[in-house]
Design a protein around this ligand. Structure first.
Ligand SMILES: Nc1ncnc2c1ncn2[C@@H]1O[C@H](COP(=O)(O)OP(=O)(O)OP(=O)(O)O)[C@@H](O)[C@H]1O
Ligand SMILES: [Mg+2]
Length: 293
């Protein structure tokens, strides 16, 4: 009797455990599904982001062209007309660069991991954000060393870079400086992409939370309609983890913040000895320690 009740108890325990594990599997599946949806939404945000800044930028360029064309019509002297034509040519070249960049991006929305020219990706993204950075009086310094191609999905890394740039800009509401560095770390055989700002910095008690989903210190979207969901860095973390890269943050309150992405290089192009080892599979590291920047 005692045995029977033991048996039925253990059967009901088993059923309970099984239904618990089924629930776990279902929840896990739901989480995966929601993550996928979030990724899609983030991708669309990045595309929309670029489309809206580019449209404004294009409008500015057209305004310049129209104004100098009118000026050329009004002034008949050769010197003024030459100046107007120069300005029109410069603006038109800029417009062509912008459309070429957008067309290039539209052609390359692939989700595959392939050898990618990070310098080009960084230049393209900065070109598209130029207007926004000017508006917020943020100067961008570039320190680019020659680097081998990275083995990444360029679109996703662009999303990460865009998020870091917008965070940096938002950390400097009255303007400031963003320094972008690209260098090859021969020891780890990885390409480093560093985004450093001289903004408000992150207090030590906040630093461990910044990669958590929905963690934000912002009150809501800013005047440009950006920020405040607290999903930016958690998405960056997912992407960098999926690339087997690393992401480091160093911050000092009142001085600024630097995010470093370490990305695997494409084996074919790594400048180190031949035959070259395949890209190293290192776990993503989120070093939340406070350091002076
Ligand atoms: N460069 C930076 N300087 C200062 N604080 C930063 C910087 N980058 C991130 N943070 C802090 O980390 C928090 C989380 O950043 P995260 O990008 O995940 O979210 P968010 O910018 O608040 O919102 P969004 O989802 O719109 O990006 C920010 O709210 C901010 O407090
Ligand atoms: Mg953000």
């Amino acid at each position: 009797m005692g045995k029977e009740s033991d048996l039925s108890q253990s059967n009901s325990e088993k059923r309970f455990i099984m239904s618990e594990s089924n629930d776990c599997i279902r929840l896990q599946q739901q989480i995966e599904f929601l993550k996928e949806q979030l990724g899609q939404a983030q991708r669309l945000t990045a595309v929309g982001e670029l489309a809206s800044t580019t449209t404004h930028e294009f409008n500015n360029v057209l305004t310049t062209i129209i104004n100098y064309a009118k000026m050329g019509q009004r002034h008949k002297d050769a010197a003024t007309r030459d100046k107007c034509l120069d300005k029109i040519l410069t603006a038109a070249n800029r417009a062509a660069r912008i459309t070429n960049t957008i067309l290039g991006m539209a052609r390359n929305r692939s989700s595959s991991i392939e050898p990618t020219d990070l310098t080009q990706m960084v230049e393209d993204t900065l070109l598209l954000l130029e207007r926004e950075m000017n508006k917020y009086r943020v100067t961008v310094e570039k320190h680019f060393q020659p680097v081998p191609q990275a083995l990444v999905n360029g679109n996703q890394i662009q999303q990460v870079f865009l998020n870091l740039l917008i965070n940096a800009r938002q950390a400097m509401p009255s303007g400031g400086r963003i320094a972008i560095k690209l260098l090859y770390d021969a020891d780890s055989e990885m390409v480093d992409l560093v985004v450093r700002d001289n903004g408000c910095g992150i207090p030590p008690e906040v630093l461990p939370k910044i990669f958590d989903s929905f963690f934000t210190t912002k009150k809501g979207p800013d005047a440009s309609g950006k920020g405040g969901t607290g999903l930016g860095l958690s998405m960056c973390r997912e992407i960098i983890e999926a690339h087997r890269g690393r992401m480091r943050v160093e911050s000092s309150v009142g001085k600024g913040t630097a995010f470093t992405l370490k990305l695997p290089t494409a084996a074919k192009t790594a400048p180190k000895r031949a035959p070259i080892a395949p890209p190293i599979a290192l776990p993503a590291v989120f070093d939340g320690s406070m350091q002076n920047v």
